[in-house]
Design a protein around this ligand. Structure first.
Ligand SMILES: [Zn+2]
Ligand SMILES: [Zn+2]
Length: 266
């Protein structure tokens, strides 16, 4: 059985990943993958916004690194993408980024629930102690729905990221998921199965089975990503992710080329 494409991989330009794109590509070939996509963290208008993304002036260098991998591994389909932070008010910035290179897809991710709190940042874990978990989840899923509604993205990243540290609300989150997935379905976005959650405290793929079941009911398409920050993480736990997708009913995944999708049997 052919593994789906790994569409979520980083590069050292984001300042918290190791290994060059050629090394990720080499690993993908070793694993027998036929398609991958680089989706490093998008630059922000301000260089001092945070410390875990490439600078705007490095965008061309990023594209060149991916193109080098494409040249060195012609037997592998390598897509050019970005994991773009969605913050309300950044829409024009994101449109400008989109116009600068021939991207294959954009993953829209919410890491920030305010201008200053990136909820998955281990350096800001103490902030969680000051907050009500359900309120954070509400803020997060509201923004994630806005990300989908913006129609700036082909794929919505790690849909239940707030569970990363294992802090979960006691309330039923189904209404939050429903609202988000209604927006996703209407916008025609996909969501990704992101296996990095298995390597975090939550010990679970993003999104959870519950959320994925609802996504299937809403006819929301899926992609797969390891969120690799090192070459050895490429394609990690994909068998488990495919099994999860199949178990809730999925028989298809999507691939992207120049922001157009194509259905692939799973
Ligand atoms: Zn992310
Ligand atoms: Zn990522």
């Amino acid at each position: 059985m052919q593994s789906p494409a790994d569409y979520h991989m980083h590069t050292p330009l984001c300042r918290h990943a190791i290994g060059e794109p050629v090394e990720y590509a080499r690993r993908a070939v070793e694993l027998g993958l036929t398609e991958i996509g680089f989706s490093d963290h998008s630059p922000m208008p301000r260089e001092d916004f945070d410390n875990w993304r490439m600078f705007d002036r490095q965008l061309d260098e990023y594209v060149a690194k991916v193109q080098l991998a494409q040249k060195e591994f012609p037997q592998l389909t390598i897509r050019l993408a970005l994991e773009v932070d969605y913050l309300p008010g950044h829409e024009d910035w994101i449109r400008k980024l989109a116009a600068r290179h021939p991207w294959d897809y954009f993953i829209g991710s919410v890491h920030y629930v305010s201008d200053t709190w990136d909820i998955d940042n281990p350096a800001k874990l103490s902030e969680w102690k000051k907050r009500d978990a359900f309120e954070v989840w509400q803020l997060y899923f509201d923004r994630l729905a806005m990300a989908a509604e913006s129609k700036l993205f082909e794929i919505i990243g790690h849909a239940d990221l707030p569970k990363k540290f294992g802090i979960r609300p006691t309330q039923d989150c189904t209404p939050l998921y429903e609202k988000f997935l209604t927006a996703v379905a209407k916008a025609g976005c996909a969501i990704e199965l992101n296996t990095a959650g298995l390597r975090k405290d939550c010990k679970e793929i993003y999104p959870s089975r519950d959320l994925l079941q609802l996504a299937f009911a809403h006819h929301v398409p899926i992609t797969f990503g390891s969120d690799a920050h090192a070459p050895e993480e490429v394609g990690l736990n994909f068998a488990e992710a495919v099994a999860l997708a199949r178990s809730v009913g999925y028989a298809e995944t999507l691939r992207f080329h120049q922001r157009q999708s194509e259905v692939v049997w799973l």
